[in-house]
Design a protein around this ligand. Structure first.
Ligand SMILES: Cc1cc2nc3c(=O)[nH]c(=O)nc-3n(C[C@H](O)[C@H](O)[C@H](O)COP(=O)(O)OP(=O)(O)OC[C@H]3O[C@@H](n4cnc5c(N)ncnc54)[C@H](O)[C@@H]3O)c2cc1C
Length: 296
């Protein structure tokens, strides 16, 4: 059962940041103050006593954190945006195809209705399903504290297993990225032991853009095969500036395996994960290249 904690539900962002500042050392120094979004990670962890908190700051009443905006090809989702919001938004299939792919296979309907994308990013799981898609889109996080806000590329956010760039007292307020251009393809695949409600064994997201028959941008993001979700940068580097032949795609898929460091656990062996990184990277790069060169 739960240890005791206080739940506060601020009505606006400033109020939330004032309360969270108590955790940042410029208040009473109480570090046990945590933001609460959908609660689908945090409440489970509190119940299992993996995490202790004296105070939870519920974000559910802060209207400014809800909503999806598009302006000049830039997409911004507020921190309160749920997985169901992503699936309901008719423009999202173009604005973030891989994120929609991940939302479709995320948990079950009840969890999708309350789980937020920002909560998924902040929980720090290497298997968090929205993170490979967001990395493949070069997403950026806006972090706000009482002293102002700052923008951090998602690629720089994760410092190690369940460690990130967020300072005590800060909230992620939004996540932004440029919608893929018509010359780009953006795909995600989640391999798990079941189609729904299953923790990811391996997740791969790719973006491939083409100009004059050459790949101008390559992004390969790998989930559940390292302490953090990460880009396979050396594999990406093999592709940029080149036409993606089957041989080059095969080389990049092999390099992606080198860029990963999976472990054995109850869901799969490290060997199986390496095999899956290779197979999924090759498959998604082939599909993406066909999409941008043949419209397939
Ligand atoms: C049955 C079940 C199935 C699940 N299936 C999946 C799945 O398929 N794929 C997957 O990736 N995950 C899955 N999860 C895990 C969970 O649903 C997700 O990680 C979810 O996105 C977390 O979001 P939340 O809004 O519930 O976050 P919360 O649980 O409220 O918070 C998670 C963490 O993020 C912090 N946080 C939340 N919002 C902010 C913010 N704006 N700024 C700073 N910190 C913040 C909290 O303090 C906490 O540390 C599942 C969970 C359950 C219970």
């Amino acid at each position: 059962m739960f240890a005791e904690f206080d739940l506060v539900m601020p009505g606006d962002l400033d109020e939330a940041l004032d309360i969270l500042a108590e955790a940042s050392g410029d208040g009473d120094g109480d570090a046990g103050i945590l933001p609460l979004a959908g609660g689908t990670n945090l409440v489970v962890d509190l119940r299992a006593r993996r995490i202790r908190a004296d105070k939870l700051v519920g974000l559910g009443r802060i209207a400014a954190l809800r909503g999806i905006e598009r302006s000049n090809g830039r997409v911004t989702i507020g921190a309160g945006t749920t997985l169901s919001d992503i699936l309901r938004d008719p423009g999202m299939a173009e604005a973030a195809p891989s994120l929609v792919d991940s939302a479709r296979v995320f948990a079950g309907q009840m969890v999708r209705n309350t789980a937020t994308v920002a909560g998924n990013v902040c929980c720090g799981s290497p298997a968090a399903d929205t993170v490979p898609p967001l990395l493949s889109l070069d997403a950026e996080l806006t972090l706000a504290g009482r002293g102002g806000s700052r923008v951090v590329p998602l690629a720089d956010f994760f410092l190690g297993y369940q460690e990130n760039e967020r300072r005590p007292g800060e909230l992620v307020t939004g996540i932004s990225w440029d919608a893929p251009k018509p010359n780009a393809a953006n795909l995600f695949y989640k391999l798990a032991r079941r189609k729904g409600d299953a923790i990811t064994v391996v997740g791969v997201a790719v973006t491939v853009a083409v100009e004059a028959g050459k790949c101008t941008t390559a992004r390969i993001a790998l989930g559940a095969v390292a302490p953090v979700v990460k880009r396979a940068r050396e594999a990406e580097a093999l592709l940029e500036g080149e036409a993606l032949t089957p041989e080059l795609i095969e080389a990049a898929a092999r390099q992606a395996v080198e860029d990963s460091s999976p472990i054995d656990d109850v869901r799969a062996s490290a060997d199986y994960r390496r095999h899956s990184v290779h197979a999924l990277t090759r498959r998604l790069l082939s599909q993406a290249w066909a999409q941008v060169t043949e419209g397939g």
